[in-house]
Write a protein that binds this ligand. Structure first.
Ligand code: FPP
Length: 225
């Protein structure tokens, strides 16, 4: 979700306003996803590198998170959507963590759809955490090092039950991964769109998905036709 700051700057508004409008885009994309039959959406909301931003901006984002969660919780309940979080969520401030835990627990039994928020997330950290988890199992005598394969590593990630994403969309014209789902995106299609995140609503989402639909996914093989 890139471009909140630029969106605000172009309007002479504080960056906070860009993040607030970006929060509205999350709601719009969730609703569009429901309409389009997309069952799993993952939003990169706060990276482990985002703590480097000015304190006031970080504080604003950490205040926006619980506000957004309580405001949009009804969409989750109405549509059987389970809220998940990936990242070192123990590093979030208590007030944000508390509301996140509450809504995750309240939606825990839903299995139809998943809304995943990447919070205090970094993919290299996720892989390091997975390596630590496996190492502890080896140390405890529960795991044979020879049996550590792709499946075992994937199983030690933050949300091992979720399938790899089909498509990764980044807004605002930047063409980077920025430490996002490095393992899980190995075979995903990447779509980079020019809109700033606060301007990324249903129409732009559909256009991005149309680009994805035109791709020929071969997973390293050849197309039989
Ligand atoms: C990137 O734009 C955006 C973020 C770092 C935050 C994304 C957050 C939201 C959309 C609101 C919801 C917030 C939470 C925590 C759930 P940028 O600020 O890097 O934009 P710029 O590159 O134009 O400066």
């Amino acid at each position: 979700m890139d471009g909140n700051g630029r969106w605000a700057k172009e309007r002479g508004l504080p960056r906070r306003k860009g993040h607030e409008e970006g929060g509205q885009s999350i709601r719009a994309i969730m609703q569009a996803g429901l309409k389009l039959g997309i069952d799993i959406l993952t939003f990169y909301a706060f990276s482990s590198e985002n703590w480097k931003r000015p304190e006031e901006e970080v504080r604003g984002l950490m205040a926006l998170l619980p506000r957004m969660l309580s405001k949009h919780e009804n969409i989750l309940h109405d549509n059987g959507t389970r809220l998940r979080a990936i990242g070192r969520i123990e590093g979030l401030p208590d007030h944000a963590r508390k509301e996140l835990d509450r809504v995750m627990a309240a939606t825990e039994s839903y299995t139809d759809r998943h809304l995943v928020l990447a919070l205090n997330y970094g993919s290299r950290t996720e892989l390091a955490d997975a390596a630590q988890r496996l190492a502890r199992q080896v140390q405890a005598g529960e795991l044979d090092p020879e049996s550590i394969d792709e499946e075992a590593l994937a199983g030690a990630l933050y949300a091992p039950d979720l399938p790899d994403p089909d498509v990764m969309i980044r807004t605002s014209g930047e063409q980077r991964l920025s430490n996002f789902l490095l393992w899980q995106l190995s075979y995903a299609e990447f779509v980079f769109v020019p809109e700033y995140w606060p301007d990324f609503r249903e129409e732009a989402f559909v256009r991005a998905l149309q680009q994805y639909e035109q791709r020929d996914r071969r997973y390293g093989g050849v197309n039989p036709c």
